[in-house]
Design a protein around this ligand. Sequence first.
Ligand code: NAG
Ligand code: NAG
Ligand code: NAG
Length: 389
Amino acid sequence: MYSQTVCCVFLWTLLIGYSQQITYKICATEKVASTHTCQLLQKGNSQVECVRVLDSVDCALKLASGDVDFGVFNAEEALVASRFINEDVVIIGQTRHRTRLSEPFAFQSVAVVRKNFTGEFDELRGKKYCHPGFNTNQYWTDRVLKEFERRVVPHGCTSWVPQVRVEMFALSEFFGDSCRPGPWTPEQNFDEKLKKDYASMCRLCDNPHPTVCSYNSQDFGSHQEALDCLTQKDADVTYVALNYVHDYFGLKGSGGLHKSEEAPKASAFPGDYKFLCPNKTVQPLDTDQPCAWIRQPWNAVIARKTNNIASTLRDLLPQWLPEIQFRKEGVNWQSILYRVIQRQDRDLTYVPAQAPLNTLVEYVGKGNSSKFCTCSSFDEFFKHFILAC
Ligand SMILES: *[C@@H]1O[C@H](CO)[C@@H](O)[C@H](O)[C@H]1NC(C)=O
Ligand SMILES: *[C@@H]1O[C@H](CO)[C@@H](O)[C@H](O)[C@H]1NC(C)=O
Ligand SMILES: *[C@@H]1O[C@H](CO)[C@@H](O)[C@H](O)[C@H]1NC(C)=O
């Protein structure tokens, strides 16, 4: 008995000694964590260190090879990573907006049409389309921003014409006067040329000039103004985030930004509009279960499974992070880690995953991102893995 106890104490000491030595390696791009930030992360009794990665593909590859232990991925990055590291990793947590902790999705995109539409996409031919706009700073990526268009106005691929031109040609042939603000392509001269060639896609904007092409605020990524465009410019369809629809039409909904019991004041009569669903049906705006075009999961914290790293980190992260979640300042390693996990969005809060832990495929599947065919890379990230037509 005595020897057993001694043995156990000895082992226990050994284990504790051992676990104190472990440092876990987190992926850090230059954008999310500067070299200085990484140095701060390693200060004191830190159990985490940075591993510099170029992008999330690099992070995924390093997870697969065991060079890093965990990293933070958005839904699209996870979608691509799931193609080659699904078996090696699990989701140990998410970061959710602090005011929307109970919401399962970061956002849902919906299409709103006038009430006389029955759901056939062809009814939208020649109709006025209001898009929230393109902006590299907004939380909707190209994949999300183009989901509606790509399903309603499918277009082919050519190798001799830039894809963006094919896209804009198809859209301008299909829709009538519309507002699709913001840069269609990063190269400014080419963007202006396209906006001259497909002028109808800016004509409904407050400023339709090819060098401007925007709503009044010039704030690209404006869902509010896309809804104004729909209701005040006699337009027919818009594609925006669900929470804005709830707010705009004074509806209470799980996606609404308003947390109060009161429904917000309506800017337009909800009975005049409907949701257009991807399966070519329509729903009233006050439905409990609006049909979304994309349901985007929150950012996921992903860890590799080897040596119980994932389950250990799942238990450790809430211990490291809780007391600093809402503190702005802080220089201890835990608060630096928290910043890296937030990926620059100070409003995000860490939420540990429920056991059993999900795989990447399960996580991305929850969002049901459609698997459309594309010819070009969606963004920086997809350049590595172009999904061929
Ligand atoms: C719905 O009504 C508007 C305006 O009255 C009209 O322009 C449009 O063609 C109608 N749409 C359908 C699908 O009937
Ligand atoms: C279309 O989608 C909506 C919302 O997801 C669903 O309620 C409806 O049953 C579907 N209809 C058909 C015909 O598939
Ligand atoms: C996701 O897609 C599958 C198959 O297409 C469908 O059965 C399921 O209901 C969808 N889930 C959501 C949340 O839309």
